[in-house]
Write a protein that binds this ligand. Structure first.
Ligand code: HEC
Length: 253
């Protein structure tokens, strides 16, 4: 128990130190009274630590809401022992957003399920993660323009990534090709948030993302994009044929 407490303090502390992406536009998250008290305090720092995504916690009526009414959602996230099944209910505007897709994926993943089962009250487990849904692709919303996305990708990303498979010599070895990444289950989340991870953090400025940067600290002329253009790139990548990665991973085939 003590070790658990120290553990959660440590995680809490690390989370505070992680720079927060897109603070300005966080979605809100609430839990209905049927959700065991303390559960969200236990799992959310673990999710944020892993993904750097953070939802603003509100008492009720969040964009994302854990609730027990099966008429509002189809698949349960976990069952309360001796209690109801709990669903993640999303507002129509938030469904399909990258952060929400990432949250659903995490809840379904090994670490997410482990976080749910590890949560205890008086040394006893309180919830059981729902059976994993096999190969149900999370619904994604593609709203960008494929052709604009292609042009943007060729002009800004092909310096490092192979964007066009026909172009044999483009791309650097340490940068995965777009087709290879398109085959990842979580390609949508990766392409919606690439500007928040290294090495892009140090060279790409996305207006309206809530991540502010000092252009003077960027050693080369920064790549400037808008969120709309990020959506265009996502639409372009969506149109690519995923590379069959059946063989051992090739970073830049
Ligand atoms: C200066 C070189 C460079 C440029 C320019 C660049 N990238 Fe990358 N990118 C990389 C490298 C290197 C990696 C691999 C990072 C790693 O493996 O940790 C990467 C990884 C990625 C990933 C995977 C991120 C993840 O979560 O794993 C995506 C998606 C991506 N890049 C998209 C883009 C897009 C879109 C552009 C153009 C707007 C772009 N990149 C421009 C070098 C670059």
């Amino acid at each position: 128990m003590l070790i658990k407490t120290i553990n959660s303090m440590l995680i809490g502390w690390i989370v505070l130190c992680v720079p927060l992406a897109a603070d300005a536009e966080n979605l809100t998250l609430s839990a209905d009274p049927s959700v065991p008290e303390g559960l969200l305090d236990y799992i959310m720092p673990r999710f944020t630590l892993k993904t750097r995504i953070r939802f603003e916690r509100v008492d009720s009526g969040g964009d994302l809401r854990f609730g027990a009414d099966p008429s509002e959602s189809t698949s349960a996230v976990f069952d309360v022992i001796n209690g109801p099944s709990i669903f993640l209910i999303t507002s129509p505007e938030s469904e399909g957003q990258p952060d929400v897709v990432a949250f659903r994926e995490w809840l379904n993943s090994e670490p997410g399920r482990a976080a749910l089962s590890d949560f205890q009250i008086n040394d006893e487990s309180v919830v059981i993660p729902a059976a994993v849904e096999v190969a149900v692709a999370a619904p994604v919303t593609i709203i960008g323009d494929v052709e604009i996305g292609r042009t943007l990708s060729l002009s800004h990303c092909s310096r490092c990534h192979k964007v066009d498979r026909a172009d044999k010599y483009s791309g650097l070895d340490n940068s995965p090709s777009f087709h290879a990444m398109r085959s990842f289950d979580d390609w949508f989340v990766r392409f919606s948030r690439f500007y928040a991870v290294s090495p892009h953090k140090a060279l790409i400025i996305v207006e309206g993302s809530g991540i502010s940067k000092n252009p003077k600290l960027i050693s080369m002329e920064p790549i400037r994009l808008t969120l709309e253009e990020v959506n265009d790139i996502v639409a372009f990548v969506h149109s690519l044929e995923p590379l069959d990665l059946g063989r051992p991973i090739q970073a830049n085939p």
